[in-house]
Write a protein of this length. Sequence first.
Length: 359
Amino acid sequence: MAACGDTTSNGGNGTPAGSGGGVGSSGTGGSTAPTGSGGATGSGGSIGSSGSGGATGTGGTIGPSGSGGAAPDAGTASDGSAMDAPPKGPVTPGVLPSFPGNKANYGNGYFKFDFPANGHTISVYAPPKPRDGLPWVWHGEFPDVIPNTNNAWLAKGLMIVYVNGASEQYGCPDVVKVWEAAYTTLVGTYHMAPKMVITGISRGGLYAYNFAATHPDQVAGIYADNGTCDFRSWPGGRQLNDPRWQGPGGGGAWQTVLNVYHFKDTAEAIAYQFNPIDNLAPLAKAGVKLFHVTAQMDTALPWKENTGIIMDRYPKMGGDFQVIFKPNADHHPHGLEPDPSPVVNWTVATLASANGLAP
């Protein structure tokens, strides 16, 4: 994978530095000049190492499939019931919570806790001494594919969360409910920071964006790494026979999307109005920050159909958007190598700002 040099932009095209790649900062409407076509090749590529359409509401929601559902107010669960408000009061001291269940060594002096909650198993990766306020990162999918970044986050005193048994759900409304229950446990019971950063690695982008659109008041930022932002792009792709989506698609994974979203057919899925690319207004209104790491030679997930659309739309809504391009990289590997510090430093600063914590 090519090394990524940092570039910044306050409008117009980013000026590359180092060996390639760039950071485009869009708080002022900036963009980074793309290179390459970002198109996909082959016939049946897949996303994942071990992949989302519509109208926006003022409160942010993932509408029920086929309904285009009304957007509930922030702090309302996706089924319309009230959720507990994030706790207010003094900052939680940086003491490791007494998580139940299994405790194992994660390496480098860090721990991994696994405990049952709400019918699923929650994994928490933790340093022995977390930062005050207990800030955390939530992996949508593939929690172990960016180990250098994970270790760097832990070294900064952040905790990392993953909900087991909720994969292959493509960010559907049902899995958002699973996340709602996990959030209530983590914040309500263990007093973790009320706003987290969510990662959207590959198809995990659907989880990250869809939860954030439903609960923008609970999310500080999204770090999307070759993240799927429209399920019509992947796992849809060319099999949808629509010129808007030119990637190879995910084959049978498209049927999984139809199943978990309870669509009656492909036509209903194509008409769905709450894919991440079309549901950005709640995030911008709440000040959710976006940071994308994007491979421009991604043969599985065409970046122009995903990151490219968000980097065009989000700044126009007043949203804070940054991107690092990897100009000669494919979908794998994920992360920034050998130095993940741009992502790590952004995460620490974003969590501190959103939760009123020391930087």
